[in-house]
Design a protein around this ligand. Structure first.
Ligand SMILES: Cc1cc2nc3c(=O)[nH]c(=O)nc-3n(C[C@H](O)[C@H](O)[C@H](O)COP(=O)(O)OP(=O)(O)OC[C@H]3O[C@@H](n4cnc5c(N)ncnc54)[C@H](O)[C@@H]3O)c2cc1C
Ligand code: HEM
Length: 433
C-alpha cells in the first residue's frame, strides 16, 4: 500500500464521507456536548489495546500524523517549533495517557479544559481540531491496517471527538476573560551566578496566579518553543512577576534567558498552571525543601505566607552544589529578618570551603530534626525530588502531607492525570532545574 500521507489523507476523507462519518465537530456553545459523548468502557478497552499493539511503531505513526496534518493544512506547521522530535514523543504519550484516563471524567474533563485553554497560546483555533482529528485517524488507520476494523475506527472517532470538544470548550470558556498569552516585558535582569538569572517581568494585562504556580514562557530567541518557569513571589500589588532561571547546557530557552535576554526584551507568557501549595487550613509547621531554582515556587509560597501567617513555624532548606549558587540568600534573609517564624538553612553539596551546612539536601534535612508532624513542600530536579521524597518517607512523613510538582515533560495538566496511577510519594517531577 502507498502510505504517502497525501494519498492517505485524501482516502481517509473519502472513506469517512462514504461511511457517513463526520469529522469531529466543535463543541456545543453550552459545553454539554462533551459530557454526553464520553466513550464507553468497551471503546476505552479497544483503544488501550490498539495503542499497546502499535506502541512499537509510535514514532512512525506520529511522524506520519504530522506529515498528514501539514499536507492537509501547511499553515499549521507554523504553530509548531522548528524541532519536532520532542513533540512526537509527547503526542503519543499524551494519547496513551488520555485514553487510559478518559473514563475518569472528574479529573479528565478539567485537565482537557486546561489543555484547550493553554493551546490558545500556540495559535490553535477551533477549526484546527477537525484537521488534527482527520490526520490522527489517517495515521492510525494507515499503520494499523491489519487491525483497523470499523469498531476501532468508531471508538477512536468518539474518543477524539470527546477530547477535542472538551478542549474547545475549555478554550472558549477561557477566552471570555483571559488572553491566549500575556506580553511580558523584562524590566530587570540580574545575573546572580554564572548560569542563573533572576528576571522581573511586567505583563501587559493583569496576570492572576496562586503562589506555587508556574507559567509557560516563549522567547524571541527560540520562537514557538515553550518552557515552564515558576513565579518566585506571591501575587504582588504592582503585578510584577519574578522568575529564577538556570541555564541548562545547550538548552533552547533557559540559556538565552540567562545569557542573552536583557531589559526591554519581551516574552510571551501562558496562563498559570500547577497545584503546588501550602494548606492554609492546616496548623502544622511547614518544612520547605528547594534545590537550585526549585527555590522559586517555595519562595513564592513563603512570601504569600508572610501576609497571613503568625503562628506556624516555617523552615526553608535551600540547597545548591556550590556556595556561589545560593543565588537568593539576601532576599531570603530579609524575609526571615522580619518574620520570626521563618528560618532559612542554606546548604551546599560540593564545596568544602562553605562554612554552613554541607551535604545533599535530604541528608541535611534529616540531620535537622523530626519532620513527621510537618506539612512539607519539595521542589527541585527530578533526582533531588526523588531522593528527598524517599528520605521523607523513611523519616515518617505521611505522603499526603507532602506537596510537590506533578509536572512532566508533557503538558503539566496531562501529567497531573497520568500521575494518578502512581502513589503520591512517587510523583517524582520531571522538573529540570
Ligand atoms: C513545572 C516546571 C517548573 C519549572 N520551573 C523552573 C524554574 O523556575 N526555573 C528554572 O530554571 N527551570 C524551571 N523548570 C525547567 C524548565 O522548564 C526547562 O526545562 C529548563 O529551563 C531547560 O529548558 P531548555 O529549553 O533550556 O532546555 P532544553 O532545550 O529543553 O534541553 C536541552 C538539553 O538539555 C538537557 N537537559 C535539560 N535539563 C537538564 C539538566 N537539568 N541537566 C542536564 N541536561 C539537561 C535536555 O535533555 C536536552 O537534551 C521547570 C520545569 C517544570 C516542568
Ligand atoms: C484532542 C486534541 C489534542 C490533544 C490531546 C493535544 C495534546 C497536546 C499535548 C499534551 C501537548 C504537549 C505540550 C503542552 O501543551 O504542554 C500539545 C502541544 C501542542 N499541540 Fe496539541 N493537542 C491536541 C490538539 C491540537 C491541535 C488541534 C493543534 C493545532 C493544530 C495542536 C497543536 C499543538 C502545538 C502547536 C503544541 C506545542 C508543540 C511543542 O511545544 O512542541 N494540538 N498538544
Amino acid at each position: 500500500m502507498d502510505r504517502g500521507p497525501e494519498r492517505a489523507a485524501a482516502q481517509s476523507r473519502q472513506s469517512n464521507r462514504a461511511a457517513g462519518r463526520e469529522p469531529p465537530a466543535p463543541a456545543d456553545p453550552d459545553g454539554h456536548h462533551a459530557q454526553h459523548a464520553r466513550p464507553s468502557d468497551e471503546d476505552i478497552a479497544l483503544l488501550d489495546e490498539h495503542l499497546r499493539l502499535i506502541a512499537g511503531q509510535a514514532d512512525t505513526v506520529v511522524g506520519y500524523f504530522y506529515a498528514a496534518l501539514f499536507v492537509e493544512d501547511p499553515a499549521l506547521r507554523s504553530l509548531f517549533p522548528a524541532a519536532m522530535d520532542v513533540q512526537r514523543d509527547r503526542l503519543f504519550r499524551a494519547l496513551t495517557g488520555a485514553v487510559r484516563h478518559i473514563g475518569n471524567a472528574e479529573t479528565f474533563v478539567p485537565m482537557l479544559r486546561q489543555l484547550g485553554r493553554d493551546h490558545r497560546k500556540y495559535g490553535v483555533r477551533t477549526e484546527h481540531y477537525d484537521t488534527f482529528g482527520r490526520a490522527l485517524l489517517t495515521a492510525l488507520a494507515t499503520y494499523g491496517e491489519d487491525i483497523w476494523v470499523p469498531e476501532l475506527e468508531d471508538a477512536w472517532r468518539r474518543a477524539y471527538h470527546y477530547m477535542a470538544t472538551t478542549m474547545v470548550e475549555g478554550a472558549q470558556q477561557a477566552a471570555v476573560n483571559q488572553p491566549a498569552w500575556w506580553r511580558g516585558e523584562i524590566i530587570a535582569h540580574e545575573r546572580r551566578a554564572e548560569d542563573i538569572a533572576v528576571l522581573t517581568v511586567r505583563t501587559d494585562h493583569p496576570y492572576t496566579y496562586r503562589a506555587g504556580q508556574f507559567a509557560s514562557v516563549e522567547t524571541t530567541f527560540r520562537p514557538r518553543t515553550w518552557r515552564t518557569y515558576s513565579m518566585a513571589t506571591g501575587q504582588s500589588p504592582d503585578g510584577l512577576l519574578e522568575f529564577h532561571v538556570r541555564a541548562v547546557g545547550a538548552g533552547f530557552v533557559s540559556g538565552p534567558l540567562v545569557w542573552r535576554a536583557t531589559v526591554g526584551d519581551v516574552l510571551k507568557i501562558g496562563a498559570p498552571m500547577g497545584e503546588l501549595a501550602i494548606d492554609k487550613q492546616s496548623q502544622r509547621d511547614v518544612l520547605c525543601i528547594g534545590g537550585g531554582t526549585g527555590l522559586a515556587p517555595i519562595k513564592a509560597l513563603v512570601d504569600e505566607m508572610t501576609r497571613w501567617n503568625t503562628a506556624r513555624k516555617v523552615a526553608i532548606f535551600f540547597g545548591a552544589r556550590r556556595s556561589g549558587d545560593l543565588y537568593d540568600m539576601s532576599s531570603l534573609h530579609r524575609m526571615a529578618a522580619i518574620n520570626p517564624w521563618l528560618t532559612v538553612i542554606p546548604c551546599v553539596s560540593e564545596d568544602d570551603s562553605f562554612a554552613g551546612e554541607r551535604g545533599n539536601l535530604p541528608d541535611v534535612v534529616a540531620r535537622h530534626g523530626r519532620w513527621s508532624e510537618h506539612d512539607v513542600v519539595v521542589s527541585g530536579s527530578p533526582a533531588m525530588t526523588r531522593a528527598t521524597l524517599s528520605r521523607l518517607r523513611d523519616l515518617g512523613v505521611p505522603d499526603q502531607r507532602v506537596s510537590t510538582d506533578l509536572a512532566g515533560s508533557v503538558h503539566p495538566a496531562t501529567a497531573h492525570v497520568i500521575d494518578l496511577r502512581r502513589s503520591r510519594a512517587n510523583r517524582a517531577t520531571s522538573r529540570r532545574r
